[in-house]
Design a protein around this ligand. Sequence first.
Ligand SMILES: Cc1cc2nc3c(=O)[nH]c(=O)nc-3n(C[C@H](O)[C@H](O)[C@H](O)COP(=O)(O)OP(=O)(O)OC[C@H]3O[C@@H](n4cnc5c(N)ncnc54)[C@H](O)[C@@H]3O)c2cc1C
Length: 399
Amino acid sequence: MNSSPDFVCDVCVAGKGLLGSAAARHLAEMGLNVLLLGPDEPSVRSEHFGVFGSHYDSGRVTRIIDTDLYCARIAEASIARYSDLEESSGINFFESVGHLAISPVKGYISDITNTARRLGVDFKSLTDDELVNAFPYFSFDDGVSGVYEHSTGGYVNPRNLIKAQSEMVLNAESEILAEAVSTIEKCGDFFEVFTESGKKVRANEVLVASGVFSERLIQGSQKLDLEICESTVVLAELREEDVIGLGEMPSVIFRHESEVEKGVYLLPPIRYPDRKTYIKIGHSESRPMSDPATNLVKWFQGDGDQVIADWLQSQLFSLLPNTSFANIKTESCAVSRSSTGRQFIDVIDESGIHVLLAGNGYSAKSSDELGRIAAHKIISGEVPDEYSDIDFELKYKRK
Ligand SMILES: Cc1cc2nc3c(=O)[nH]c(=O)nc-3n(C[C@H](O)[C@H](O)[C@H](O)COP(=O)(O)OP(=O)(O)OC[C@H]3O[C@@H](n4cnc5c(N)ncnc54)[C@H](O)[C@@H]3O)c2cc1C
């Protein structure tokens, strides 16, 4: 029996995360009627057996400076729109506390400064002595130099960024439903999307932006060339009296010499929803997960990898030797990485489903521009001209 749909829309976006909410907002503001579908954050992770997002956090490093010009460009375009988005949504998500990139690897630092110069970023190069004077609470080895990005660097609160995008989706008279998608079916020239509670959506186009769970929704005959990787983070709780001394701390990326443990990133003191203030540290290089179809939910339910957590803790103590912490806890997260290092912003030939995939571990800060690129592609069939040199094409694993 063909029941009538519960929702009818131009585009149904599956995934109310950083990329999906941004794409939905741009689509809605470009005049399309959008339904943004995706579950809210689970209240107890260890007891949740559904899908998860990689945005259940209060701080993501934000910076333009990068060794990769494309990454710097999409970050720059996104950051340039932060204040408008904050103002029009009434939700603040960006803290411009500055960003510091440090490394003993000279080539890394010079690649960053070259990119920053090309884009006209407001930055300052710092020698090891200058680093000690500017950031007295940090301890770095001799021979480490740094690049400090002023006003455009800092961090975003990913939960608030999604709230801001969602607010704009609603302002543009589109709709949001807090439910996971269970199946997507092509029916002639439209799609039928079914939610987990059995609601039916009829949509002209579908965009899958479901993060590390996306492959569940686009089961085609070929596997996407996408790796799901494990991330562990350490959250170190500060005592209230220690927060003030670190008040000026920027977000940090410390690139090591070792290619294996490429380095760490650090978030400054941030007050979390439990009303405690934490410094967060995570690793830049993440290990591919074996058999994500079986292990991904279990991974998100757990506290990450204890060996990596111990290493992160030792890195934190060595970077901030004079800071004591009231408590340390660990969390798990996951990222998806494409074989190209670029996002997949494309249409699947077989099904006609659009995709916006592969955050590659750096897409929170750049999500707004990535959402705009995907919206443009859905509407016009092409990515914006300024990105015509970038390979966003979906790649498949060799059989
Ligand atoms: C530990 C960690 C640290 C990071 N640090 C940084 C950083 O410092 N700076 C930075 O820029 N980036 C950072 N990132 C990367 C950034 O968080 C990701 O690139 C970004 O979250 C990717 O956005 P997304 O929308 O693809 O996925 P997500 O943000 O995970 O959103 C996907 C959404 O889809 C939903 N979903 C899943 N399945 C379904 C379904 N069947 N139906 C409907 N909805 C579904 C999920 O619930 C989720 O809400 C970090 C990532 C991790 C894990």
